[in-house]
Each structure stands twice: as C-alpha cells, then as structure tokens.
Write a protein that binds this ligand. Sequence first.
Ligand code: HEC
Length: 140
Amino acid sequence: MRRIKRTFFVLLILVFIGIQFVEVERANPPVTADINPPTEVKNIFKNSCYDCHSNETKWPWYSKIAPISWLIVNDVMDGRKQLNFSEWEKLYSANRNKLKKEILEQINKDEMPTDIYTIMHPGAKLDMIQKNTIKKWVSQ
Ligand code: HEC
C-alpha cells in the first residue's frame, strides 16, 4: 500500500513537471485605441479591470505555473474578447453604448471583477463611490 502511494506521488510530481512544458501564450498585443474617459473613471478601470480587459495585462508570477496559468490565460482571452479597453475607441458608438450598459450591469451585480481575481487582488474590489463614478459615466 505504501509503495503504491509513493508511486502515485512520484507520478503526480512528474505530471506537474511535465505540464510546465505546455506552451501557453501570455501576450500583450499593442494598445491601439485605448479608452479615454475622465481620469477618475480610467483609474478605476485600470485598477480593477485592465488585467483581463485590456492589452496591458500585468501577469503575476503564478501566471507562469501550470495549471493555474491555463486558467488565467483563458480568463484574459475570454475577457478581452468581450470587452477590450485597449481597442475601445475603435468601436462604433452603438457598440460602446451597449458595452457601457453591460459594464454597469456587471458591477451592479458584483459580477466584476471576478471573485477569484479579488481574492488575489483585494484592492480591485469596487466600493460604492467607485460604482457611482462609473454609473455617472455610463449615464452621460
Ligand atoms: C480576472 C479577470 C477579469 C477581471 C479583473 C474583470 N473581468 Fe470582466 N470578464 C472576464 C471574463 C473571463 C469575461 C467573459 C466571461 C463572462 O462573461 O463571465 C468577462 C466579461 C465581462 C463583461 C461582458 C459580460 C457579458 O456577459 O456580456 C463585462 C461588461 C465586463 N466583464 C466588465 C468588467 C469590468 C467593468 C471589470 C472591472 C471593474 C471587469 N470586467 C474585471 C474577466 C474579468
């Protein structure tokens, strides 16, 4: 029994080492049309959203360790696809308005930033003042 356990443990370590060689792309493409709202709004987005919704992701050290890295890369790719502040000014105004409404909805429901993110970045959680600042911007 002990031998089986030890074999299993060694196997687990080998798998862990093995998956480190799976290549994942942690790319930050160029910023081409960064959003340009009032500074207080921009600061909130930079502080709470840019890691997943811009091309200026700050990749933490644990984003280099599989399998966590896979989850993070996946979140960033998904996030950018839905909303990319680095390409905001290229959007048609109808699309911008739609996204603004979605942003408001997400922060009102406390869905964004995601829970898993705020565990690692407690300072990214939005307080009432920040939510109101965004609300005001959306309604303008
Ligand atoms: C940890 C990464 C992460 C952070 C940080 C983050 N998001 Fe997201 N966001 C995602 C992912 C992944 C999706 C796409 C999947 C989903 O809808 O859950 C998404 C989707 C969205 C959508 C589209 C929702 C829809 O259903 O159409 C909006 C709007 C949004 N996020 C706004 C924000 C705002 C505003 C912030 C900052 C206050 C933020 N997000 C912070 C990862 C993130």
